[in-house]
Design a binder for this molecule. Structure first.
Ligand SMILES: Cc1cc2nc3c(=O)[nH]c(=O)nc-3n(C[C@H](O)[C@H](O)[C@H](O)COP(=O)(O)O)c2cc1C
Length: 554
Protein backbone atom coordinates (compact mmCIF):
# COMPACT_ATOMS: atom_id res chain seq x y z
CA UNK A 1 0.00 0.00 0.00
CA UNK A 2 1.32 3.48 -0.71
CA UNK A 3 2.53 5.30 2.39
CA UNK A 4 0.25 8.33 1.97
CA UNK A 5 -2.83 6.12 1.97
CA UNK A 6 -1.29 4.04 4.71
CA UNK A 7 -0.98 6.96 7.09
CA UNK A 8 -4.44 8.29 6.12
CA UNK A 9 -5.91 4.88 7.00
CA UNK A 10 -4.09 4.89 10.35
CA UNK A 11 -5.25 8.45 11.09
CA UNK A 12 -8.85 7.62 10.22
CA UNK A 13 -8.96 4.47 12.32
CA UNK A 14 -7.34 6.33 15.18
CA UNK A 15 -9.94 9.09 14.99
CA UNK A 16 -12.70 6.53 15.06
CA UNK A 17 -11.26 4.73 18.08
CA UNK A 18 -10.55 7.93 19.96
CA UNK A 19 -14.06 9.32 19.47
CA UNK A 20 -15.92 6.29 20.78
CA UNK A 21 -18.17 6.79 23.78
CA UNK A 22 -17.56 4.20 26.51
CA UNK A 23 -19.80 3.32 29.45
CA UNK A 24 -17.41 5.08 31.81
CA UNK A 25 -15.82 7.64 29.51
CA UNK A 26 -17.31 9.86 26.82
CA UNK A 27 -15.31 11.10 23.81
CA UNK A 28 -13.45 14.30 24.63
CA UNK A 29 -15.49 17.51 24.53
CA UNK A 30 -15.49 20.84 26.38
CA UNK A 31 -17.64 19.19 29.04
CA UNK A 32 -19.78 22.29 29.51
CA UNK A 33 -21.91 24.52 27.31
CA UNK A 34 -20.11 27.76 26.53
CA UNK A 35 -23.31 29.68 25.78
CA UNK A 36 -21.48 32.97 25.14
CA UNK A 37 -19.78 31.37 22.14
CA UNK A 38 -22.63 29.29 20.76
CA UNK A 39 -22.08 29.37 16.98
CA UNK A 40 -24.59 31.23 14.84
CA UNK A 41 -26.52 28.48 12.99
CA UNK A 42 -26.85 30.79 9.98
CA UNK A 43 -24.02 31.66 7.63
CA UNK A 44 -24.19 34.95 5.70
CA UNK A 45 -21.89 36.55 3.22
CA UNK A 46 -21.41 40.18 4.09
CA UNK A 47 -21.20 42.63 1.21
CA UNK A 48 -23.53 40.79 -1.20
CA UNK A 49 -27.19 41.42 -2.02
CA UNK A 50 -29.32 38.30 -1.47
CA UNK A 51 -31.77 37.25 -4.18
CA UNK A 52 -35.01 36.31 -2.44
CA UNK A 53 -36.71 33.09 -3.55
CA UNK A 54 -40.47 32.75 -3.53
CA UNK A 55 -42.04 30.48 -0.93
CA UNK A 56 -44.45 27.84 -2.15
CA UNK A 57 -48.00 29.16 -2.18
CA UNK A 58 -49.43 25.70 -2.67
CA UNK A 59 -47.73 22.35 -2.22
CA UNK A 60 -47.82 19.74 -4.97
CA UNK A 61 -50.69 17.30 -4.60
CA UNK A 62 -48.37 14.27 -4.70
CA UNK A 63 -49.15 11.67 -2.06
CA UNK A 64 -46.83 9.78 0.23
CA UNK A 65 -45.32 7.52 -2.44
CA UNK A 66 -44.47 10.54 -4.61
CA UNK A 67 -41.56 11.02 -2.21
CA UNK A 68 -39.95 7.85 -3.48
CA UNK A 69 -41.24 6.81 -6.88
CA UNK A 70 -39.96 8.88 -9.77
CA UNK A 71 -42.77 7.83 -12.07
CA UNK A 72 -45.30 9.73 -9.92
CA UNK A 73 -43.87 13.22 -10.53
CA UNK A 74 -43.99 15.21 -13.78
CA UNK A 75 -40.81 17.17 -14.56
CA UNK A 76 -41.04 20.90 -13.89
CA UNK A 77 -39.02 23.55 -15.67
CA UNK A 78 -35.99 25.05 -13.96
CA UNK A 79 -37.20 28.48 -12.83
CA UNK A 80 -36.74 30.78 -9.86
CA UNK A 81 -40.00 29.38 -8.44
CA UNK A 82 -39.03 25.71 -8.82
CA UNK A 83 -35.52 26.32 -7.46
CA UNK A 84 -37.19 28.02 -4.49
CA UNK A 85 -39.46 24.99 -3.98
CA UNK A 86 -36.52 22.59 -4.24
CA UNK A 87 -34.60 24.42 -1.49
CA UNK A 88 -37.62 25.18 0.69
CA UNK A 89 -38.63 21.52 0.89
CA UNK A 90 -35.12 20.23 1.50
CA UNK A 91 -33.10 22.69 3.58
CA UNK A 92 -35.58 25.49 4.34
CA UNK A 93 -36.99 26.33 7.75
CA UNK A 94 -39.89 24.18 8.95
CA UNK A 95 -40.93 26.11 12.09
CA UNK A 96 -39.73 28.08 15.07
CA UNK A 97 -40.06 26.72 18.60
CA UNK A 98 -40.06 28.78 21.72
CA UNK A 99 -40.18 28.62 25.48
CA UNK A 100 -40.10 31.75 27.62
CA UNK A 101 -36.67 33.32 27.07
CA UNK A 102 -35.61 31.22 24.09
CA UNK A 103 -36.65 30.81 20.45
CA UNK A 104 -34.99 28.61 17.85
CA UNK A 105 -35.55 27.62 14.24
CA UNK A 106 -36.09 24.08 12.96
CA UNK A 107 -35.44 22.98 9.42
CA UNK A 108 -36.74 20.40 6.96
CA UNK A 109 -33.45 18.52 7.50
CA UNK A 110 -32.61 17.42 11.04
CA UNK A 111 -29.26 18.04 12.70
CA UNK A 112 -27.54 16.70 15.78
CA UNK A 113 -28.07 19.18 18.55
CA UNK A 114 -29.95 21.38 16.04
CA UNK A 115 -26.56 22.97 15.32
CA UNK A 116 -26.77 22.66 11.53
CA UNK A 117 -23.17 22.40 10.32
CA UNK A 118 -24.26 21.75 6.70
CA UNK A 119 -24.29 24.63 4.21
CA UNK A 120 -25.52 24.47 0.61
CA UNK A 121 -24.35 26.16 -2.59
CA UNK A 122 -26.00 26.33 -5.99
CA UNK A 123 -24.31 26.74 -9.36
CA UNK A 124 -27.14 27.93 -11.56
CA UNK A 125 -27.56 28.72 -15.24
CA UNK A 126 -29.37 31.94 -16.14
CA UNK A 127 -33.06 31.47 -15.27
CA UNK A 128 -35.96 33.88 -15.36
CA UNK A 129 -35.36 36.12 -12.33
CA UNK A 130 -31.86 34.75 -11.57
CA UNK A 131 -28.60 35.52 -13.33
CA UNK A 132 -26.14 32.64 -13.80
CA UNK A 133 -23.66 32.15 -11.00
CA UNK A 134 -22.48 30.51 -7.80
CA UNK A 135 -24.75 31.16 -4.83
CA UNK A 136 -24.89 30.33 -1.14
CA UNK A 137 -28.34 29.32 0.11
CA UNK A 138 -29.55 31.18 3.19
CA UNK A 139 -32.37 29.14 4.82
CA UNK A 140 -33.17 32.01 7.20
CA UNK A 141 -33.94 34.44 4.37
CA UNK A 142 -34.88 31.74 1.85
CA UNK A 143 -32.54 33.57 -0.48
CA UNK A 144 -29.51 33.03 -2.68
CA UNK A 145 -26.40 34.99 -1.84
CA UNK A 146 -24.39 35.59 -5.02
CA UNK A 147 -20.73 34.68 -4.69
CA UNK A 148 -19.60 34.64 -8.33
CA UNK A 149 -21.12 35.45 -11.69
CA UNK A 150 -21.56 32.72 -14.24
CA UNK A 151 -20.69 33.14 -17.90
CA UNK A 152 -22.20 31.97 -21.16
CA UNK A 153 -19.13 29.79 -21.72
CA UNK A 154 -19.48 28.10 -18.35
CA UNK A 155 -23.17 27.54 -18.89
CA UNK A 156 -22.53 25.98 -22.30
CA UNK A 157 -19.73 23.82 -20.95
CA UNK A 158 -21.93 22.46 -18.17
CA UNK A 159 -24.72 21.66 -20.61
CA UNK A 160 -22.30 20.07 -23.07
CA UNK A 161 -20.64 17.95 -20.38
CA UNK A 162 -23.86 16.62 -18.84
CA UNK A 163 -25.70 16.42 -22.21
CA UNK A 164 -28.76 17.98 -20.64
CA UNK A 165 -30.13 20.96 -18.70
CA UNK A 166 -29.73 21.17 -14.97
CA UNK A 167 -27.66 22.73 -12.21
CA UNK A 168 -25.08 21.83 -9.59
CA UNK A 169 -25.62 21.75 -5.85
CA UNK A 170 -22.84 21.40 -3.28
CA UNK A 171 -22.89 20.62 0.44
CA UNK A 172 -20.19 21.73 2.87
CA UNK A 173 -19.61 21.41 6.62
CA UNK A 174 -18.60 23.85 9.32
CA UNK A 175 -17.06 21.47 11.86
CA UNK A 176 -16.88 24.15 14.56
CA UNK A 177 -20.68 24.31 14.82
CA UNK A 178 -20.80 20.71 16.10
CA UNK A 179 -17.43 20.78 17.87
CA UNK A 180 -18.66 23.64 20.06
CA UNK A 181 -20.95 21.14 21.81
CA UNK A 182 -19.64 17.69 20.95
CA UNK A 183 -15.85 18.18 20.83
CA UNK A 184 -13.87 15.48 19.05
CA UNK A 185 -16.86 13.35 18.01
CA UNK A 186 -18.23 16.32 16.05
CA UNK A 187 -16.73 15.27 12.72
CA UNK A 188 -18.95 12.18 12.79
CA UNK A 189 -22.07 14.27 13.43
CA UNK A 190 -21.24 16.62 10.58
CA UNK A 191 -21.08 13.63 8.23
CA UNK A 192 -24.42 12.24 9.48
CA UNK A 193 -25.94 15.63 8.83
CA UNK A 194 -24.56 15.68 5.27
CA UNK A 195 -26.32 12.34 4.65
CA UNK A 196 -29.61 13.69 5.99
CA UNK A 197 -29.31 16.83 3.84
CA UNK A 198 -28.37 14.82 0.76
CA UNK A 199 -31.44 12.59 1.09
CA UNK A 200 -33.58 15.69 1.78
CA UNK A 201 -32.37 17.17 -1.53
CA UNK A 202 -33.15 13.96 -3.37
CA UNK A 203 -36.70 13.74 -1.97
CA UNK A 204 -37.44 17.39 -2.68
CA UNK A 205 -36.06 17.13 -6.23
CA UNK A 206 -38.20 14.08 -6.84
CA UNK A 207 -41.40 16.00 -6.08
CA UNK A 208 -40.43 18.38 -8.92
CA UNK A 209 -39.72 15.50 -11.29
CA UNK A 210 -35.96 16.03 -10.88
CA UNK A 211 -33.18 13.70 -9.87
CA UNK A 212 -30.03 14.34 -7.85
CA UNK A 213 -26.93 12.51 -9.08
CA UNK A 214 -23.87 12.54 -6.84
CA UNK A 215 -20.68 13.29 -8.81
CA UNK A 216 -18.47 10.64 -7.30
CA UNK A 217 -15.53 11.32 -9.62
CA UNK A 218 -15.02 14.85 -8.26
CA UNK A 219 -12.31 15.58 -5.68
CA UNK A 220 -12.74 17.79 -2.64
CA UNK A 221 -10.13 20.08 -4.12
CA UNK A 222 -12.26 20.60 -7.23
CA UNK A 223 -15.27 21.45 -5.07
CA UNK A 224 -13.10 23.97 -3.19
CA UNK A 225 -12.28 25.67 -6.49
CA UNK A 226 -15.84 25.55 -7.82
CA UNK A 227 -17.11 27.24 -4.66
CA UNK A 228 -14.28 29.78 -4.54
CA UNK A 229 -13.27 28.61 -1.06
CA UNK A 230 -9.62 29.05 -2.03
CA UNK A 231 -10.39 32.75 -2.55
CA UNK A 232 -12.42 33.17 0.64
CA UNK A 233 -11.05 34.64 3.87
CA UNK A 234 -12.55 32.48 6.60
CA UNK A 235 -12.72 33.54 10.21
CA UNK A 236 -10.31 31.28 12.09
CA UNK A 237 -11.78 27.85 13.00
CA UNK A 238 -14.93 28.60 10.95
CA UNK A 239 -13.79 27.44 7.56
CA UNK A 240 -16.22 25.41 5.46
CA UNK A 241 -15.10 22.01 4.21
CA UNK A 242 -16.24 20.68 0.85
CA UNK A 243 -18.32 17.53 1.18
CA UNK A 244 -20.00 16.75 -2.11
CA UNK A 245 -21.18 18.02 -5.46
CA UNK A 246 -24.31 16.80 -7.27
CA UNK A 247 -25.90 17.45 -10.62
CA UNK A 248 -29.66 18.01 -10.56
CA UNK A 249 -31.47 17.12 -13.76
CA UNK A 250 -34.83 15.85 -15.01
CA UNK A 251 -35.68 12.38 -13.69
CA UNK A 252 -34.91 9.44 -15.89
CA UNK A 253 -32.03 11.01 -17.86
CA UNK A 254 -29.54 8.25 -18.55
CA UNK A 255 -25.76 8.16 -18.39
CA UNK A 256 -25.12 11.40 -16.50
CA UNK A 257 -21.31 11.81 -16.31
CA UNK A 258 -20.22 11.74 -12.69
CA UNK A 259 -17.30 14.09 -12.85
CA UNK A 260 -16.49 17.62 -14.08
CA UNK A 261 -14.63 18.27 -17.31
CA UNK A 262 -11.24 20.00 -17.21
CA UNK A 263 -12.76 22.97 -19.10
CA UNK A 264 -15.40 23.49 -16.42
CA UNK A 265 -12.72 23.37 -13.71
CA UNK A 266 -10.62 25.97 -15.51
CA UNK A 267 -13.63 28.27 -15.98
CA UNK A 268 -14.28 28.23 -12.22
CA UNK A 269 -10.66 28.97 -11.37
CA UNK A 270 -10.95 32.20 -13.36
CA UNK A 271 -14.02 33.53 -11.50
CA UNK A 272 -13.82 36.31 -8.94
CA UNK A 273 -15.67 35.49 -5.71
CA UNK A 274 -17.32 38.13 -3.55
CA UNK A 275 -18.63 38.31 0.01
CA UNK A 276 -17.12 37.90 3.46
CA UNK A 277 -18.35 35.01 5.59
CA UNK A 278 -19.89 36.20 8.85
CA UNK A 279 -18.23 35.30 12.15
CA UNK A 280 -20.12 32.55 13.95
CA UNK A 281 -18.53 32.69 17.44
CA UNK A 282 -16.20 35.12 19.19
CA UNK A 283 -14.05 32.42 20.68
CA UNK A 284 -13.26 28.82 19.78
CA UNK A 285 -11.62 25.67 21.03
CA UNK A 286 -9.26 23.94 18.63
CA UNK A 287 -10.14 20.26 18.23
CA UNK A 288 -7.02 19.36 16.35
CA UNK A 289 -7.92 15.72 15.73
CA UNK A 290 -10.84 16.92 13.59
CA UNK A 291 -8.51 18.77 11.23
CA UNK A 292 -6.37 15.65 11.01
CA UNK A 293 -9.24 13.29 10.18
CA UNK A 294 -10.61 15.81 7.68
CA UNK A 295 -7.28 15.77 5.90
CA UNK A 296 -6.97 11.99 6.08
CA UNK A 297 -10.43 11.49 4.60
CA UNK A 298 -10.19 14.12 1.83
CA UNK A 299 -11.48 12.73 -1.43
CA UNK A 300 -9.08 12.60 -4.38
CA UNK A 301 -10.21 12.84 -7.99
CA UNK A 302 -10.41 9.55 -9.76
CA UNK A 303 -12.36 7.37 -12.10
CA UNK A 304 -14.08 5.02 -9.74
CA UNK A 305 -15.43 1.70 -10.83
CA UNK A 306 -18.62 3.02 -9.28
CA UNK A 307 -19.10 5.67 -11.94
CA UNK A 308 -22.30 3.87 -12.85
CA UNK A 309 -25.19 4.12 -10.40
CA UNK A 310 -25.44 1.03 -8.25
CA UNK A 311 -28.94 0.17 -7.22
CA UNK A 312 -30.89 -2.95 -6.38
CA UNK A 313 -28.37 -4.35 -3.99
CA UNK A 314 -31.11 -4.86 -1.48
CA UNK A 315 -34.46 -6.11 -2.53
CA UNK A 316 -35.01 -7.29 -6.03
CA UNK A 317 -37.46 -4.70 -7.26
CA UNK A 318 -41.19 -5.16 -6.67
CA UNK A 319 -41.11 -8.22 -4.42
CA UNK A 320 -42.83 -6.07 -1.83
CA UNK A 321 -45.46 -3.60 -2.97
CA UNK A 322 -44.89 -0.17 -1.48
CA UNK A 323 -47.07 0.09 1.60
CA UNK A 324 -50.02 2.46 1.39
CA UNK A 325 -50.87 3.80 4.82
CA UNK A 326 -54.44 3.65 6.12
CA UNK A 327 -56.71 6.55 5.15
CA UNK A 328 -56.24 8.43 8.41
CA UNK A 329 -52.53 8.73 7.56
CA UNK A 330 -52.89 9.84 3.92
CA UNK A 331 -50.63 12.86 4.28
CA UNK A 332 -49.45 14.64 1.10
CA UNK A 333 -45.75 14.15 0.39
CA UNK A 334 -44.80 17.82 0.88
CA UNK A 335 -46.69 17.89 4.18
CA UNK A 336 -44.73 14.84 5.38
CA UNK A 337 -41.53 16.79 4.74
CA UNK A 338 -42.88 19.90 6.46
CA UNK A 339 -44.10 18.14 9.58
CA UNK A 340 -41.01 15.97 10.14
CA UNK A 341 -39.79 16.50 13.69
CA UNK A 342 -37.59 14.60 16.10
CA UNK A 343 -39.61 13.02 18.87
CA UNK A 344 -38.18 14.14 22.20
CA UNK A 345 -39.88 11.29 24.10
CA UNK A 346 -41.88 8.14 23.34
CA UNK A 347 -44.96 6.94 25.19
CA UNK A 348 -43.71 3.42 25.95
CA UNK A 349 -47.01 1.85 24.86
CA UNK A 350 -47.82 2.54 21.19
CA UNK A 351 -47.13 -0.27 18.79
CA UNK A 352 -46.95 -0.55 15.02
CA UNK A 353 -47.91 -3.54 12.90
CA UNK A 354 -45.44 -5.93 11.33
CA UNK A 355 -46.57 -4.68 7.93
CA UNK A 356 -45.79 -1.07 8.88
CA UNK A 357 -42.45 -2.15 10.30
CA UNK A 358 -41.46 -4.06 7.17
CA UNK A 359 -42.57 -1.35 4.80
CA UNK A 360 -40.63 1.27 6.78
CA UNK A 361 -37.51 -0.88 6.56
CA UNK A 362 -38.16 -1.40 2.88
CA UNK A 363 -37.82 2.36 2.31
CA UNK A 364 -34.21 2.10 3.46
CA UNK A 365 -33.33 -0.25 0.58
CA UNK A 366 -32.14 0.99 -2.79
CA UNK A 367 -34.58 0.54 -5.65
CA UNK A 368 -34.35 1.51 -9.27
CA UNK A 369 -35.94 4.87 -10.10
CA UNK A 370 -36.70 5.65 -6.47
CA UNK A 371 -35.37 8.45 -4.27
CA UNK A 372 -33.10 8.76 -2.45
CA UNK A 373 -30.79 5.75 -2.82
CA UNK A 374 -30.54 5.92 -6.61
CA UNK A 375 -28.26 8.97 -6.38
CA UNK A 376 -25.34 6.60 -6.57
CA UNK A 377 -23.50 6.47 -3.28
CA UNK A 378 -22.06 2.98 -4.10
CA UNK A 379 -22.94 -0.51 -3.00
CA UNK A 380 -24.72 -0.36 0.39
CA UNK A 381 -22.32 -0.83 3.27
CA UNK A 382 -24.75 -0.20 6.14
CA UNK A 383 -27.00 -2.81 7.78
CA UNK A 384 -29.56 -2.41 10.54
CA UNK A 385 -29.35 -4.12 13.92
CA UNK A 386 -32.93 -3.80 15.15
CA UNK A 387 -34.21 -3.75 18.73
CA UNK A 388 -37.86 -4.68 18.28
CA UNK A 389 -39.99 -3.66 21.28
CA UNK A 390 -43.59 -3.08 20.15
CA UNK A 391 -44.38 -4.51 16.74
CA UNK A 392 -47.57 -6.56 16.64
CA UNK A 393 -47.02 -9.79 14.74
CA UNK A 394 -43.33 -9.93 15.62
CA UNK A 395 -41.96 -11.24 18.89
CA UNK A 396 -39.74 -8.71 20.69
CA UNK A 397 -36.07 -9.32 20.13
CA UNK A 398 -32.94 -8.55 18.21
CA UNK A 399 -33.31 -8.55 14.41
CA UNK A 400 -31.07 -7.76 11.46
CA UNK A 401 -31.84 -6.11 8.13
CA UNK A 402 -29.16 -7.09 5.63
CA UNK A 403 -28.82 -4.26 3.08
CA UNK A 404 -26.12 -6.00 1.03
CA UNK A 405 -26.08 -9.75 0.59
CA UNK A 406 -22.27 -9.75 0.28
CA UNK A 407 -21.75 -9.26 4.02
CA UNK A 408 -23.85 -12.16 5.31
CA UNK A 409 -21.08 -14.81 5.56
CA UNK A 410 -18.71 -12.45 7.39
CA UNK A 411 -21.42 -11.28 9.77
CA UNK A 412 -22.53 -14.81 10.57
CA UNK A 413 -18.95 -15.80 11.21
CA UNK A 414 -18.12 -12.78 13.39
CA UNK A 415 -21.32 -12.43 15.42
CA UNK A 416 -22.35 -14.58 18.41
CA UNK A 417 -22.73 -18.26 17.59
CA UNK A 418 -26.12 -18.35 19.29
CA UNK A 419 -27.69 -15.85 16.87
CA UNK A 420 -30.42 -17.60 14.90
CA UNK A 421 -30.32 -15.75 11.57
CA UNK A 422 -33.81 -17.05 10.84
CA UNK A 423 -35.64 -15.22 8.02
CA UNK A 424 -38.90 -13.62 9.14
CA UNK A 425 -40.40 -12.18 5.97
CA UNK A 426 -40.33 -13.57 2.45
CA UNK A 427 -40.05 -10.12 0.89
CA UNK A 428 -37.32 -8.58 3.05
CA UNK A 429 -33.76 -9.63 3.96
CA UNK A 430 -34.82 -9.51 7.62
CA UNK A 431 -33.56 -12.04 10.18
CA UNK A 432 -34.37 -12.81 13.80
CA UNK A 433 -31.12 -13.03 15.76
CA UNK A 434 -32.43 -13.53 19.28
CA UNK A 435 -35.88 -13.27 20.87
CA UNK A 436 -36.22 -11.35 24.13
CA UNK A 437 -36.88 -8.01 25.77
CA UNK A 438 -34.15 -5.59 24.64
CA UNK A 439 -35.74 -2.35 25.88
CA UNK A 440 -33.29 -1.63 28.64
CA UNK A 441 -30.32 -2.85 26.58
CA UNK A 442 -31.29 -0.53 23.70
CA UNK A 443 -31.61 2.45 26.04
CA UNK A 444 -28.44 1.61 27.88
CA UNK A 445 -26.24 1.35 24.75
CA UNK A 446 -27.79 4.59 23.43
CA UNK A 447 -26.11 6.61 26.19
CA UNK A 448 -28.94 5.70 28.55
CA UNK A 449 -31.49 7.60 26.45
CA UNK A 450 -34.97 6.25 27.16
CA UNK A 451 -36.07 7.16 23.60
CA UNK A 452 -34.31 3.98 22.42
CA UNK A 453 -36.31 1.70 24.74
CA UNK A 454 -39.74 3.34 24.92
CA UNK A 455 -40.29 3.34 21.15
CA UNK A 456 -41.76 0.64 18.89
CA UNK A 457 -38.26 -0.20 17.67
CA UNK A 458 -34.79 1.27 17.68
CA UNK A 459 -31.69 0.31 15.79
CA UNK A 460 -27.96 0.56 15.35
CA UNK A 461 -26.57 1.12 11.84
CA UNK A 462 -23.80 -1.43 11.35
CA UNK A 463 -21.18 -0.55 8.75
CA UNK A 464 -18.87 -2.84 6.85
CA UNK A 465 -15.96 -0.85 8.19
CA UNK A 466 -12.29 -1.76 8.00
CA UNK A 467 -12.39 -3.10 4.44
CA UNK A 468 -13.98 0.17 3.26
CA UNK A 469 -11.48 2.44 5.04
CA UNK A 470 -8.45 0.38 4.11
CA UNK A 471 -9.05 0.73 0.40
CA UNK A 472 -10.15 4.37 0.52
CA UNK A 473 -10.03 6.39 3.77
CA UNK A 474 -12.44 8.99 2.35
CA UNK A 475 -15.08 6.24 2.44
CA UNK A 476 -15.20 6.91 6.18
CA UNK A 477 -17.25 10.00 5.42
CA UNK A 478 -19.44 8.18 2.90
CA UNK A 479 -20.37 5.52 5.45
CA UNK A 480 -21.76 8.24 7.68
CA UNK A 481 -23.58 9.84 4.73
CA UNK A 482 -25.25 6.51 4.04
CA UNK A 483 -26.43 6.30 7.66
CA UNK A 484 -27.84 9.83 7.43
CA UNK A 485 -29.70 8.97 4.24
CA UNK A 486 -31.23 5.90 5.90
CA UNK A 487 -32.18 8.08 8.86
CA UNK A 488 -33.88 10.63 6.60
CA UNK A 489 -35.93 7.91 4.87
CA UNK A 490 -36.98 6.57 8.28
CA UNK A 491 -37.89 10.04 9.60
CA UNK A 492 -40.23 10.65 6.64
CA UNK A 493 -41.70 7.17 6.64
CA UNK A 494 -42.43 7.41 10.37
CA UNK A 495 -44.36 10.67 9.75
CA UNK A 496 -46.24 9.04 6.86
CA UNK A 497 -47.43 6.32 9.21
CA UNK A 498 -48.50 8.54 12.07
CA UNK A 499 -45.58 7.82 14.41
CA UNK A 500 -42.41 9.73 15.32
CA UNK A 501 -38.67 9.17 15.01
CA UNK A 502 -35.36 10.50 16.30
CA UNK A 503 -31.76 10.13 15.18
CA UNK A 504 -29.39 9.07 17.96
CA UNK A 505 -25.76 10.12 17.59
CA UNK A 506 -24.94 9.44 21.23
CA UNK A 507 -24.37 5.73 21.79
CA UNK A 508 -21.71 3.56 23.39
CA UNK A 509 -19.81 2.12 20.46
CA UNK A 510 -18.09 -0.99 21.79
CA UNK A 511 -20.93 -2.18 24.03
CA UNK A 512 -23.02 -2.40 20.82
CA UNK A 513 -20.27 -4.46 19.20
CA UNK A 514 -20.06 -6.70 22.28
CA UNK A 515 -23.80 -7.19 22.17
CA UNK A 516 -23.36 -8.56 18.66
CA UNK A 517 -20.30 -10.61 19.54
CA UNK A 518 -18.01 -8.56 17.29
CA UNK A 519 -14.42 -8.50 18.49
CA UNK A 520 -12.67 -6.54 15.73
CA UNK A 521 -13.46 -3.55 13.51
CA UNK A 522 -14.60 -5.42 10.41
CA UNK A 523 -18.05 -4.03 11.31
CA UNK A 524 -18.81 -0.97 13.44
CA UNK A 525 -21.99 0.70 14.64
CA UNK A 526 -22.10 4.28 13.32
CA UNK A 527 -25.54 5.73 14.10
CA UNK A 528 -28.62 4.82 16.11
CA UNK A 529 -32.24 5.61 15.43
CA UNK A 530 -35.61 5.11 17.11
CA UNK A 531 -39.22 5.04 15.89
CA UNK A 532 -42.48 4.89 17.87
CA UNK A 533 -45.44 6.67 19.44
CA UNK A 534 -44.18 10.19 20.28
CA UNK A 535 -45.00 12.07 23.48
CA UNK A 536 -45.46 15.78 22.78
CA UNK A 537 -43.80 18.48 24.84
CA UNK A 538 -46.71 20.78 25.68
CA UNK A 539 -44.39 23.54 26.98
CA UNK A 540 -43.20 24.44 23.48
CA UNK A 541 -44.96 27.09 21.40
CA UNK A 542 -44.69 26.87 17.59
CA UNK A 543 -44.34 29.72 15.12
CA UNK A 544 -44.63 29.55 11.32
CA UNK A 545 -41.42 28.88 9.40
CA UNK A 546 -41.16 32.23 7.66
CA UNK A 547 -43.25 34.47 9.92
CA UNK A 548 -40.17 36.72 10.33
CA UNK A 549 -40.09 37.47 6.58
CA UNK A 550 -43.79 38.23 6.50
CA UNK A 551 -43.40 40.55 9.50
CA UNK A 552 -40.45 42.29 7.80
CA UNK A 553 -42.49 42.78 4.61
CA UNK A 554 -45.38 44.45 6.48
C1 LIG B 1 -27.07 12.90 13.40
C2 LIG B 1 -28.11 13.19 14.46
C3 LIG B 1 -27.90 12.77 15.76
C4 LIG B 1 -28.87 13.03 16.73
N1 LIG B 1 -28.68 12.54 18.00
C5 LIG B 1 -29.65 12.71 18.94
C6 LIG B 1 -29.52 12.10 20.22
O1 LIG B 1 -28.54 11.40 20.52
N2 LIG B 1 -30.54 12.29 21.11
C7 LIG B 1 -31.65 13.04 20.80
O2 LIG B 1 -32.55 13.18 21.64
N3 LIG B 1 -31.80 13.62 19.58
C8 LIG B 1 -30.83 13.47 18.64
N4 LIG B 1 -30.98 14.01 17.37
C9 LIG B 1 -32.16 14.84 17.05
C10 LIG B 1 -31.78 16.34 16.97
O3 LIG B 1 -31.63 16.83 18.27
C11 LIG B 1 -32.84 17.10 16.18
O4 LIG B 1 -32.74 16.71 14.82
C12 LIG B 1 -32.66 18.60 16.28
O5 LIG B 1 -32.92 19.05 17.58
C13 LIG B 1 -33.59 19.33 15.32
O6 LIG B 1 -34.92 19.00 15.56
P1 LIG B 1 -35.85 18.41 14.43
O7 LIG B 1 -35.25 17.09 14.00
O8 LIG B 1 -37.19 18.25 15.08
O9 LIG B 1 -35.85 19.38 13.27
C14 LIG B 1 -30.04 13.75 16.40
C15 LIG B 1 -30.24 14.17 15.07
C16 LIG B 1 -29.29 13.89 14.11
C17 LIG B 1 -29.54 14.34 12.70
Amino acid sequence: MNTVIDSAVTETLLYHEQTKHHFHRYARSAGFMDWANQPNPFRFYEGVTPVRLPLLQKDSAGEHLALYERSRNASQDFTRESIGAFLELSLGLSAWKSIPGSTWALRMNPSSGNLHPTEAYMILPALPGITAGVFHYSPLLHALEPRAEGSDTLQQQIKKHFHTDGFLVALTSIFWREAWKYGERAFRYCQHDVGHALAALSFSANLLGWEVTWLNGVSDEEITRVLGFDQTRWPEFEMEHPELLCFVHRSGEQAIPRDLSREIGTEFSGRGFQGRPNRLSDDHMDWEIISRVAEATAKPKHEEAALTVHVRHGLPESTRPFYTPPTQFKIPAAQIIRQRRSAVAFDGVSSITKDQFCTMLDKTLPRDACAPFDLGLTVPAIHLLLFVHRVTGLEPGLYFLLRAERDLPALQQKCHRHFLWSPVDETLPLYLLQAGDFQSTAASVSCGQSIAGESAFSLGMIARFRAEIETAPYRYRHLFWETGMIGQALYLEAEAQGVGATGIGCFFDDPVHELMGLSDDAFQSLYHFTVGGPREDARLATLAAYHHLEAAAR
